[in-house]
Ligand binder design. Structure first.
Ligand SMILES: Nc1nc2c(ncn2[C@@H]2O[C@H](COP(=O)(O)OP(=O)(O)OP(=O)(O)O)[C@@H](O)[C@H]2O)c(=O)[nH]1
Ligand SMILES: [Mg+2]
Length: 239
Protein backbone atom coordinates (compact mmCIF):
# COMPACT_ATOMS: atom_id res chain seq x y z
CA UNK A 1 0.00 0.00 0.00
CA UNK A 2 1.16 3.53 -0.72
CA UNK A 3 0.97 5.20 2.70
CA UNK A 4 -0.75 8.57 2.81
CA UNK A 5 2.03 11.12 2.56
CA UNK A 6 2.95 12.89 5.72
CA UNK A 7 5.60 15.29 4.47
CA UNK A 8 4.29 18.28 2.61
CA UNK A 9 5.92 19.04 -0.67
CA UNK A 10 5.77 22.83 -0.93
CA UNK A 11 6.66 22.81 -4.60
CA UNK A 12 3.46 20.93 -5.39
CA UNK A 13 0.36 22.90 -4.65
CA UNK A 14 -2.99 21.09 -4.59
CA UNK A 15 -4.73 24.20 -5.90
CA UNK A 16 -2.42 24.39 -8.89
CA UNK A 17 -2.91 20.72 -9.67
CA UNK A 18 -6.70 20.98 -9.30
CA UNK A 19 -6.76 23.78 -11.86
CA UNK A 20 -5.35 21.30 -14.39
CA UNK A 21 -7.30 18.20 -13.33
CA UNK A 22 -8.24 15.88 -16.20
CA UNK A 23 -10.62 13.00 -16.63
CA UNK A 24 -8.48 9.86 -16.63
CA UNK A 25 -10.72 6.80 -16.96
CA UNK A 26 -14.04 5.18 -16.11
CA UNK A 27 -14.09 1.61 -14.88
CA UNK A 28 -17.13 -0.62 -14.46
CA UNK A 29 -15.05 -3.22 -12.66
CA UNK A 30 -12.24 -3.20 -10.15
CA UNK A 31 -9.99 -5.16 -12.50
CA UNK A 32 -10.30 -2.41 -15.17
CA UNK A 33 -8.77 0.24 -12.92
CA UNK A 34 -5.46 1.87 -13.86
CA UNK A 35 -2.30 0.73 -12.07
CA UNK A 36 -2.29 1.83 -8.42
CA UNK A 37 0.76 4.03 -8.82
CA UNK A 38 -0.31 7.29 -7.21
CA UNK A 39 -2.45 8.02 -4.13
CA UNK A 40 -6.19 8.26 -4.66
CA UNK A 41 -8.88 10.09 -2.72
CA UNK A 42 -12.32 8.53 -3.10
CA UNK A 43 -15.72 10.21 -2.79
CA UNK A 44 -18.31 7.77 -1.51
CA UNK A 45 -21.77 8.12 -0.04
CA UNK A 46 -25.45 7.50 -0.60
CA UNK A 47 -26.85 7.93 -4.03
CA UNK A 48 -27.87 11.56 -4.61
CA UNK A 49 -25.91 12.77 -1.55
CA UNK A 50 -23.98 15.23 -3.72
CA UNK A 51 -20.65 13.47 -4.37
CA UNK A 52 -20.24 14.49 -8.01
CA UNK A 53 -21.36 18.04 -7.23
CA UNK A 54 -18.87 18.32 -4.36
CA UNK A 55 -16.07 17.09 -6.59
CA UNK A 56 -16.95 19.63 -9.31
CA UNK A 57 -17.11 22.50 -6.83
CA UNK A 58 -13.81 21.51 -5.21
CA UNK A 59 -12.04 21.50 -8.56
CA UNK A 60 -13.89 24.58 -9.83
CA UNK A 61 -15.40 22.93 -12.89
CA UNK A 62 -19.03 22.82 -13.86
CA UNK A 63 -19.17 19.34 -15.34
CA UNK A 64 -16.04 17.35 -14.72
CA UNK A 65 -18.03 14.69 -12.87
CA UNK A 66 -21.67 14.16 -13.93
CA UNK A 67 -24.15 15.36 -11.34
CA UNK A 68 -27.88 14.89 -11.71
CA UNK A 69 -31.25 15.14 -9.98
CA UNK A 70 -31.80 11.48 -10.84
CA UNK A 71 -30.30 9.22 -8.20
CA UNK A 72 -27.90 6.61 -9.51
CA UNK A 73 -26.32 8.99 -12.00
CA UNK A 74 -22.73 7.88 -11.40
CA UNK A 75 -22.63 4.30 -12.62
CA UNK A 76 -18.93 3.76 -12.95
CA UNK A 77 -15.77 4.33 -10.98
CA UNK A 78 -14.60 7.62 -12.50
CA UNK A 79 -11.00 8.65 -12.02
CA UNK A 80 -9.57 12.15 -12.42
CA UNK A 81 -5.83 12.76 -12.60
CA UNK A 82 -3.78 15.43 -10.88
CA UNK A 83 -0.73 15.86 -13.02
CA UNK A 84 2.38 18.00 -12.91
CA UNK A 85 5.08 18.21 -15.59
CA UNK A 86 6.75 15.09 -14.21
CA UNK A 87 3.57 13.02 -14.41
CA UNK A 88 0.60 11.98 -12.30
CA UNK A 89 0.84 12.82 -8.60
CA UNK A 90 -2.63 11.82 -7.40
CA UNK A 91 -6.20 11.04 -8.37
CA UNK A 92 -9.71 11.92 -7.27
CA UNK A 93 -12.24 9.13 -7.63
CA UNK A 94 -16.00 9.62 -7.98
CA UNK A 95 -17.79 6.44 -6.93
CA UNK A 96 -21.34 5.26 -7.63
CA UNK A 97 -23.66 5.92 -4.70
CA UNK A 98 -25.10 3.24 -2.49
CA UNK A 99 -28.67 2.77 -1.30
CA UNK A 100 -30.45 3.50 -4.56
CA UNK A 101 -33.33 1.04 -4.55
CA UNK A 102 -34.64 1.85 -8.02
CA UNK A 103 -31.86 0.15 -9.99
CA UNK A 104 -32.42 -3.52 -10.73
CA UNK A 105 -31.04 -6.14 -8.36
CA UNK A 106 -28.27 -7.31 -10.72
CA UNK A 107 -26.92 -3.78 -11.18
CA UNK A 108 -27.14 -3.15 -7.44
CA UNK A 109 -25.17 -6.30 -6.76
CA UNK A 110 -22.53 -5.36 -9.31
CA UNK A 111 -22.13 -1.86 -7.86
CA UNK A 112 -21.92 -3.23 -4.36
CA UNK A 113 -19.29 -5.78 -5.31
CA UNK A 114 -17.14 -3.34 -7.27
CA UNK A 115 -17.54 -0.57 -4.68
CA UNK A 116 -16.55 -2.92 -1.86
CA UNK A 117 -13.58 -4.15 -3.82
CA UNK A 118 -12.48 -0.61 -4.54
CA UNK A 119 -12.83 0.62 -0.96
CA UNK A 120 -11.67 -2.60 0.64
CA UNK A 121 -8.74 -3.54 -1.59
CA UNK A 122 -7.46 -0.58 -3.54
CA UNK A 123 -3.95 -0.32 -2.19
CA UNK A 124 -3.19 3.25 -3.25
CA UNK A 125 -6.27 4.65 -1.49
CA UNK A 126 -5.05 7.58 0.63
CA UNK A 127 -8.35 8.55 2.23
CA UNK A 128 -12.12 8.52 1.98
CA UNK A 129 -14.40 11.53 1.68
CA UNK A 130 -17.73 10.25 2.97
CA UNK A 131 -20.35 12.57 1.52
CA UNK A 132 -23.60 12.75 3.47
CA UNK A 133 -26.66 15.00 3.24
CA UNK A 134 -26.56 17.25 6.32
CA UNK A 135 -30.33 16.91 6.79
CA UNK A 136 -29.91 13.25 7.67
CA UNK A 137 -26.18 13.03 8.21
CA UNK A 138 -24.58 9.63 8.72
CA UNK A 139 -27.73 7.59 8.27
CA UNK A 140 -27.77 3.80 8.73
CA UNK A 141 -26.07 3.03 5.39
CA UNK A 142 -23.32 5.59 6.02
CA UNK A 143 -22.80 4.12 9.48
CA UNK A 144 -22.48 0.67 7.96
CA UNK A 145 -19.97 2.02 5.45
CA UNK A 146 -17.96 3.72 8.18
CA UNK A 147 -17.87 0.63 10.40
CA UNK A 148 -16.93 -1.57 7.48
CA UNK A 149 -14.22 0.77 6.15
CA UNK A 150 -12.69 1.82 9.48
CA UNK A 151 -10.55 -1.32 9.97
CA UNK A 152 -8.52 -0.36 6.89
CA UNK A 153 -7.00 2.31 9.10
CA UNK A 154 -7.20 5.03 6.46
CA UNK A 155 -8.23 8.62 7.17
CA UNK A 156 -11.87 9.59 6.67
CA UNK A 157 -13.40 13.01 6.16
CA UNK A 158 -17.18 13.22 6.59
CA UNK A 159 -18.48 15.96 4.30
CA UNK A 160 -21.89 17.21 5.41
CA UNK A 161 -23.24 18.61 2.21
CA UNK A 162 -26.38 20.51 1.11
CA UNK A 163 -25.76 22.80 4.11
CA UNK A 164 -27.73 25.49 2.25
CA UNK A 165 -30.87 23.52 3.09
CA UNK A 166 -30.47 24.25 6.82
CA UNK A 167 -30.10 27.41 8.88
CA UNK A 168 -26.97 28.04 10.91
CA UNK A 169 -28.38 26.63 14.13
CA UNK A 170 -29.50 23.43 12.43
CA UNK A 171 -26.09 23.10 10.77
CA UNK A 172 -24.37 23.44 14.14
CA UNK A 173 -26.65 20.82 15.62
CA UNK A 174 -25.91 18.38 12.79
CA UNK A 175 -22.15 19.04 13.11
CA UNK A 176 -22.23 18.40 16.87
CA UNK A 177 -24.13 15.15 16.41
CA UNK A 178 -21.61 13.94 13.86
CA UNK A 179 -18.68 14.99 16.09
CA UNK A 180 -20.17 13.07 19.03
CA UNK A 181 -20.85 10.03 16.85
CA UNK A 182 -17.31 9.96 15.46
CA UNK A 183 -15.70 10.58 18.85
CA UNK A 184 -17.58 7.69 20.43
CA UNK A 185 -17.12 5.32 17.52
CA UNK A 186 -15.67 1.97 18.63
CA UNK A 187 -13.34 1.88 15.60
CA UNK A 188 -11.94 5.34 16.25
CA UNK A 189 -8.21 5.28 16.78
CA UNK A 190 -6.12 8.27 17.86
CA UNK A 191 -3.59 7.44 15.14
CA UNK A 192 -6.06 7.71 12.28
CA UNK A 193 -7.38 11.08 11.27
CA UNK A 194 -11.15 11.33 11.20
CA UNK A 195 -12.51 14.76 10.46
CA UNK A 196 -15.68 16.39 9.26
CA UNK A 197 -16.89 19.67 7.85
CA UNK A 198 -19.90 21.44 6.45
CA UNK A 199 -20.28 22.08 2.72
CA UNK A 200 -22.67 23.47 0.15
CA UNK A 201 -22.26 22.70 -3.52
CA UNK A 202 -25.00 25.18 -4.33
CA UNK A 203 -23.42 28.09 -2.47
CA UNK A 204 -19.89 26.82 -3.06
CA UNK A 205 -19.04 27.18 0.61
CA UNK A 206 -16.96 25.00 2.94
CA UNK A 207 -14.29 24.25 0.35
CA UNK A 208 -11.21 25.30 2.31
CA UNK A 209 -11.47 22.78 5.14
CA UNK A 210 -11.86 19.80 2.88
CA UNK A 211 -9.14 21.00 0.50
CA UNK A 212 -6.74 21.30 3.45
CA UNK A 213 -7.52 17.72 4.41
CA UNK A 214 -7.07 16.48 0.84
CA UNK A 215 -3.73 18.30 0.50
CA UNK A 216 -2.50 16.69 3.71
CA UNK A 217 -3.52 13.21 2.49
CA UNK A 218 -1.70 13.70 -0.79
CA UNK A 219 1.34 15.39 0.76
CA UNK A 220 0.70 18.57 -1.22
CA UNK A 221 0.87 22.20 -0.15
CA UNK A 222 -1.91 24.82 -0.03
CA UNK A 223 -1.74 28.56 0.46
CA UNK A 224 -1.68 29.16 4.20
CA UNK A 225 -1.40 25.47 5.10
CA UNK A 226 1.81 25.39 7.10
CA UNK A 227 1.42 21.85 8.30
CA UNK A 228 -0.99 18.99 8.28
CA UNK A 229 -4.04 19.96 10.34
CA UNK A 230 -3.73 17.85 13.47
CA UNK A 231 -7.43 17.70 14.19
CA UNK A 232 -9.47 19.61 11.66
CA UNK A 233 -12.71 18.20 12.95
CA UNK A 234 -12.67 20.59 15.89
CA UNK A 235 -13.15 23.53 13.53
CA UNK A 236 -16.72 24.69 13.26
CA UNK A 237 -18.87 25.17 10.19
CA UNK A 238 -17.87 27.99 7.89
CA UNK A 239 -21.34 28.69 6.58
N1 LIG B 1 -29.21 22.46 -2.58
C1 LIG B 1 -28.15 21.68 -2.87
N2 LIG B 1 -28.28 20.70 -3.81
C2 LIG B 1 -27.21 19.91 -4.05
C3 LIG B 1 -25.97 20.07 -3.37
N3 LIG B 1 -25.10 19.13 -3.82
C4 LIG B 1 -25.78 18.42 -4.74
N4 LIG B 1 -27.05 18.88 -4.87
C5 LIG B 1 -28.08 18.34 -5.78
O1 LIG B 1 -28.34 16.99 -5.43
C6 LIG B 1 -28.56 16.20 -6.59
C7 LIG B 1 -27.59 15.03 -6.62
O2 LIG B 1 -26.27 15.53 -6.78
P1 LIG B 1 -25.08 14.61 -7.34
O3 LIG B 1 -23.85 15.41 -7.12
O4 LIG B 1 -25.38 14.11 -8.70
O5 LIG B 1 -25.14 13.40 -6.31
P2 LIG B 1 -24.28 12.05 -6.29
O6 LIG B 1 -24.01 11.75 -4.86
O7 LIG B 1 -23.11 12.17 -7.19
O8 LIG B 1 -25.35 11.01 -6.85
P3 LIG B 1 -25.09 9.56 -7.55
O9 LIG B 1 -24.08 9.74 -8.63
O10 LIG B 1 -26.45 9.22 -8.05
O11 LIG B 1 -24.66 8.64 -6.48
C8 LIG B 1 -28.44 17.17 -7.80
O12 LIG B 1 -29.74 17.61 -8.15
C9 LIG B 1 -27.60 18.31 -7.23
O13 LIG B 1 -27.84 19.55 -7.87
C10 LIG B 1 -25.87 21.14 -2.40
O14 LIG B 1 -24.83 21.36 -1.74
N5 LIG B 1 -26.99 21.89 -2.20
MG1 LIG C 1 -22.51 11.03 -8.77
Amino acid sequence: MIPPSTALNPSRSLDRLLAEIQFLQSAARFRELPAPEVPEIAFAGRSNAGKSTALNVLVNRRRLAFASKTPGRTRLINLFALTDPEGEVGRLVDLPGYGYAAVDATTQRLWKTELSKYLGERRNLAGLILVTDIRHALGPLDQQMLAWFAPRGLPIHVLLTKADKLNRQEQNRAMSKVAAFLDAHPSRSPQIQWSHSCFSGLKRTGKEQVLDVMAAWLGLSRPGLAQIPSDPHVSGPTI
